[in-house]
Ligand binder design. Structure first.
Ligand SMILES: [Zn+2]
Length: 325
């Protein structure tokens, strides 16, 4: 809009009724939020400018495309923007992403999130899993102090899949057999007393599955606490892991006031309770939902859609920096 036109438009604001002003304010708030989302993505590269193809820092601006600044590398001559090589590359409607992150913080279903953002259900589904693809790979590398480990189980679900070889269950449903069976997917959750949490989808509860995921998290300063199941005792013995089994079955839940698995079990129950509203998660997306919940716990209550958006493009360094200031 030309300056003279803008001045005339702004002058007209004085003639608006209170109701009309409210409408303008509401509309502007949406537009400001949309601009903020795009700016956030832009800033995430201008702080650390390097070519995602060859890491060169010799860059220059090369026009704009799909709302984002494009750069060109002087060394490899290739172009890129803030989203190149991130899970969000080539997704549309960037101006709605911050709003979508809010629906993820609130834990809305795919359908409810689509409605809140004015997008199609299929778009909402695609966004959800792209936004979660970074989160599902973010696991702590190491634990410290007392480390609790215990498994929990999720009912296998082929939700959304055609040609299911059994009668469909309604909305999550129940296992046809009681106790553990092939229909139950084991998830090992490992959590230390600082709240660092890792989880792993296993194909069975045995040493071959548990050892390779548990061992790298532990070191000479950690002490593993489990429910004393034979599999943990065996892994601890084989790998010389300091291990304190707690015989939960014999109702000895806490030893010496500190050795227990109550933190990891409380995590299981928060996770299960949170998952209920999704009416059964398809097993092939279980890892994404586990990552979502880990992120929710890591960011805590005082989080913002901006934190989640930066996390979705794996700019966690940025996030730490933002926390420090
Ligand atoms: Zn380059």
């Amino acid at each position: 809009m030309k300056t003279i036109e803008f001045k005339a438009w702004l002058g007209g604001m004085a003639r608006l009724s209170r109701g009309q002003r409210d409408l303008v304010r509401e509309d502007m708030a949406g537009k400001v939020e949309a601009d903020l989302g795009v700016k956030l993505l832009e800033d995430s590269v201008t702080d650390t400018p390097s070519c995602p193809h060859c890491q060169s820092q010799k860059l220059y601006r090369w026009g704009k495309n799909a709302e984002l600044q494009r750069y060109r590398c002087r060394d490899c001559m290739r172009t890129f923007n803030a989203l190149t090589h991130t899970p969000l590359a080539h997704l549309h409607y960037k101006s709605k992403w911050l709003k979508y992150q809010k629906t993820m913080i609130d834990g809305l279903s795919v359908r409810a999130a689509a409605k809140a953002c004015g997008i199609a259900k299929n778009t909402s589904f695609k966004w959800r899993h792209r936004f979660l693809s970074a989160a599902c790979t973010q696991q702590p590398a190491q634990m410290s102090g007392i480390v609790e480990a215990d498994e929990t189980f999720f009912l296998e679900s082929k939700k959304g899949q055609r040609n299911i070889d059994r009668k469909a269950r309604k909305r999550g449903g129940k296992a046809s057999k009681r106790g553990l069976s092939a229909e139950q997917i084991p998830v090992l959750v490992v959590r230390d007393r600082h709240g660092e949490t890792a989880d792993f989808i296993l194909s069975g509860v045995n040493a071959e599955q548990i050892k390779p995921v548990l061992k790298p998290l532990l070191n000479q300063d950690t002490l593993l606490c489990t429910d004393g199941a034979a599999v943990y005792k065996a892994v601890a013995k084989q790998e010389h892991i300091a291990h304190r089994p707690v015989n939960v079955a014999a109702r000895k839940r806490v030893i010496a006031g500190i050795y227990h698995i109550q933190n990891v079990n409380a995590y299981h129950s928060r996770l299960k309770k949170w998952m209920v509203k999704f009416n059964g998660v398809a097993t092939k997306y279980l890892a994404n939902y586990l990552g979502w919940h880990r992120m929710k716990e890591r960011f805590g209550e005082n989080t913002s859609p901006a934190d989640w958006l930066l996390n979705a493009i794996n700019r966690t360094g940025q996030f730490q920096q933002r926390c420090a200031t």
